[in-house]
Design a protein around this ligand. Structure first.
Ligand code: UT7
Length: 322
C-alpha cells in the first residue's frame, strides 16, 4: 500500500509583532486578561501591501529546500485559506506561477481554521490514488485584515502567517488516518458577514468584522475535538498512550489543555505556539508542526496527532508518523 508522507516543512511569519501591551493602547483590555483567557502574548501582523500568497511563497521555499526537491517535481498545489489574495484566480495558481512550478493541479479550499487539515487530507487521497507524486500543501492567513481593531472580543485573538509542507508517496506511513467533519447549523457562532456574492460592495460602510460567540465556540470546540481525536485513534487501532505528540490548532491555550487532558497527555508532549503566534486560523497547525520539527522535538518515526476546529463549524484531524 502507498502512503503519503511529509518530507519537508516551512513557515513564514510577518516581521511586525504586536504585543498585548500594544493592544492595551488600542482597546480596553489587559495583558493579564489576554494571557489568562487565551494564552496569547504576541502575534505577527502582515504589512498593508503583503498578501497571503506572499507569505505562502516564503513558507513554501523553506519547505521545498527542507525536502531537498526541485520545484519541477511538484505536481499539485493546495492552499487552505479564508483570506486569499483575490476572489479569483485561486491563490494556489498565483503561488504555482511565482515559484516557477510547472503547470499542475492547483486550487484553494476554504474551511476556516481547519483549512490546512482539509488540504492535507485532500492531497493524501490524491497521492494514495497514485495521481500525484509531489504535493505542496499550505495553510495561510492574513486574518488580521478582517479584524476590527476596535473590537476587544476578537482583535486580541488573531495573527498572520503561513505554513507549508511537501507531501510525497511512501511505502511506510506517513499519514495513517484522516477525519474531517462540518456542521453548518453553527454558522452564526463564528463568521465573517461579507463575501463575493453577499454585501461585497458595501463591506467598508457596513463595518464588516469577524462575528464570534466565543464562549459557545469554545464549548463546541472542546467537545468536538475530543470526540474526533478518539475516533481517529480508534479507527487506526492506536491507543492514546502510543501517541508521541499532539500538534493542535492554536486558538486558545485552554482548549489545547482540555484536549491534552482528554488524551491523557502531559503538556510536555503538546506543541504550543499560541503565545507567539496567536490564532492564525488555517496557518496554525502547519506552523506549529514546523516549529516542533525545527526545534528538534518532533522526530522521524514518531506518532503525531494534528487537529483543528473553525468557523462553519468545520473540524478535522490527521494521525501520522513523521
Ligand atoms: O479558531 C477558531 C475557533 N475559535 C475558538 O476556538 C475561540 C473559542 N473561544 C475562546 O477562545 C474564548 O471564548 C475567548 C478567548 C474568545 C473569550 O474568553 P471567555 O472566557 O469565553 O470570555 P467571555 O467571552 O465569556 O467574556 C468574559 C468577559 C466579558 O465581560 P463580562 O460580560 O463578563 O463583564 C467580556 O466582555 O471578558 C470580557 N472581555 C474582555 N476583557 C478584557 C472580552 N474580551 C476581552 C478583552 N479584554 N480582550
Amino acid at each position: 500500500m502507498t502512503y503519503s508522507r511529509i518530507v519537508g516543512t516551512g513557515r513564514y511569519l510577518p516581521e511586525r509583532i504586536m504585543t498585548n501591551a500594544d493592544l492595551e493602547k488600542i482597546v480596553d483590555t489587559s495583558d493579564e486578561w489576554i494571557r489568562t483567557r487565551t494564552g496569547v502574548e504576541r502575534r505577527h501582523v502582515c504589512a498593508e501591501d503583503q498578501t497571503t500568497s506572499d507569505m505562502c511563497i516564503e513558507a513554501a521555499k523553506v519547505a521545498i529546500e527542507d525536502a531537498g526537491i526541485s520545484v519541477s517535481e511538484i505536481d499539485m498545489v493546495i492552499t487552505g485559506t479564508t483570506t486569499p489574495d483575490l476572489i479569483f484566480p485561486n491563490i494556489s495558481t498565483i503561488i504555482q506561477h511565482k515559484l516557477g512550478i510547472p503547470a499542475c493541479t492547483a486550487f484553494s479550499l476554504e474551511a476556516a481554521c481547519t483549512g490546512f487539515i482539509y488540504a492535507l487530507t485532500t492531497a493524501d487521497k490524491f497521492i494514495k490514488a497514485g495521481e500525484v507524486k509531489c504535493a505542496l500543501v499550505m495553510g495561510a492567513e492574513c486574518i488580521t485584515k478582517l479584524v476590527d481593531w476596535s473590537d476587544r472580543n476578537t482583535c486580541v485573538l488573531f495573527g498572520d502567517g503561513a505554513g507549508a509542507v511537501i507531501l510525497k508517496p511512501s511505502e511506510e506511513p506517513g499519514i495513517i488516518s484522516c477525519h474531517l467533519g462540518a456542521d453548518g447549523q453553527y454558522k452564526d457562532l463564528l463568521y465573517y458577514p461579507v463575501g463575493a456574492s453577499k454585501d461585497l460592495a458595501t463591506a467598508g460602510t457596513a463595518g464588516a468584522k469577524i462575528m464570534m460567540s466565543g464562549n459557545e465556540v469554545f464549548k463546541v470546540a472542546v467537545k468536538t475535538l475530543g470526540k474526533i481525536a478518539m475516533e481517529t485513534l480508534d479507527d487506526a487501532g492506536v491507543s492514546k498512550e502510543e501517541l508521541d505528540w499532539l500538534v493542535p490548532h492554536q486558538a486558545n491555550i485552554r482548549i489545547i489543555q482540555a484536549m491534552a487532558k482528554r488524551l491523557d497527555m502531559p503538556m510536555e508532549k503538546v506543541i504550543v505556539t499560541v503565545q507567539d503566534h496567536g490564532n492564525t486560523s488555517a496557518a496554525s497547525v502547519p506552523m506549529a508542526l514546523d516549529v516542533g520539527i525545527r526545534d528538534g522535538r518532533l522526530k522521524r518515526g514518531q506518532l503525531i496527532l494534528m487537529e483543528a476546529f473553525g468557523g462553519g463549524f468545520t473540524w478535522g484531524s490527521v494521525l501520522m508518523r513523521l
